[in-house]
Design a protein around this ligand. Structure first.
Ligand SMILES: Cc1cc2nc3c(=O)[nH]c(=O)nc-3n(C[C@H](O)[C@H](O)[C@H](O)COP(=O)(O)O)c2cc1C
Length: 254
């Protein structure tokens, strides 16, 4: 028995992955897979069979700036301009003082030479971890560009006026959401969340002030690594280590 023929635009063609299945719009159900072709799909989805050779760019010590924020700005702007999905999404890793790590995605909202700012609920799981252990890590992944940026540093709360200014710029619905959601706490049901949101909508007829437990953290970096995928797994890794007011640049093996 030969391998099933791959049909362009069919079940195994690119269109399945290019747009959501009809039912996905309603309930995110997976499309039904016809039995005779199941073994082929298993082959296609076996992670050990997935391989990409990265060839989109290179990163050389001779061309990088001495200031990592300049390189960050260049890469971030390029990710936005080339329409990478959610280009400001980054993984934030925190950990308890005794070393139990946890990680999740948050959105970068500001950055400058002082660091990288995201917003969250200070009473959330991550908020409690940062308050007891401010050492954190961030990871940006722009797969379409075969690029990754890793950051290590210390997170501190930004000032209340800074958080106020950003909160005021958010859509009203999001501002109400910040009041309605006790982030990271166990809740009885989805309905309860919706009810809380409705209550908040009635409670705040006009302006929606920032809840005190909601605000920004700034991650001040001590290390920033720029990773560019290269062929044969010989990727480029350029690391900037903070040394006082300066940065020391080194290359790491991939
Ligand atoms: C694309 C994306 C963006 C997100 N942005 C944020 C964010 O900016 N701030 C935030 O608190 N949570 C954000 N979340 C939700 C977090 O990943 C996480 O579920 C939440 O913050 C609770 O995490 P914790 O319980 O570890 O504190 C985002 C999730 C995704 C998938």
């Amino acid at each position: 028995m030969g391998r099933p023929r791959q049909r362009r635009g069919g079940l195994f063609g690119s269109s399945l992955f290019a747009r959501p299945h009809r039912s996905a719009r309603v309930c995110y159900a997976l499309p039904t897979i016809p039995t005779p072709k199941t073994h082929y799909l298993i082959h296609m989805t076996d992670p050990s069979k997935l391989r990409e050779d990265y060839q989109r760019g290179e990163l050389l010590e001779s061309t990088v700036p001495s200031d990592p924020f300049l390189l960050f700005k260049e890469w971030f702007q390029y990710a936005v301009e080339t329409k990478q999905p959610e280009p400001n999404a980054m993984t934030l890793a925190t950990s308890t003082p005794d070393g139990q790590p946890s990680a999740r995605i948050v959105l970068l909202k500001e950055y400058d030479e002082r660091g990288f700012v995201f917003y969250t609920n200070y009473h959330s799981h991550k908020g409690h971890e940062i308050d007891t252990n401010p050492h954190v890590a961030l990871v940006f992944l722009w797969l379409g560009l075969e690029r990754q940026i890793r950051i290590q540093g210390t997170a501190t709360r930004i000032s209340a006026p800074e958080s106020d200014a950003y909160f005021a710029s958010r859509p009203r619905k999001s501002r109400l959401g910040a009041h309605a959601s006790p982030q990271s706490q166990i809740i009885e049901s989805r309905d309860l969340l919706d009810e809380r949101w409705q209550q908040m909508e009635q409670a705040f007829e006009g302006d929606v002030p920032r809840p005190e437990h909601w605000g920004g953290y700034r991650v001040e970096p001590t290390m920033i690594e720029f990773w560019q995928g290269r062929s044969s797994r010989l990727h480029d890794r350029i690391v900037y280590d903070r040394l006082g007011d300066d940065w020391q640049i080194k290359r790491l093996a991939p």
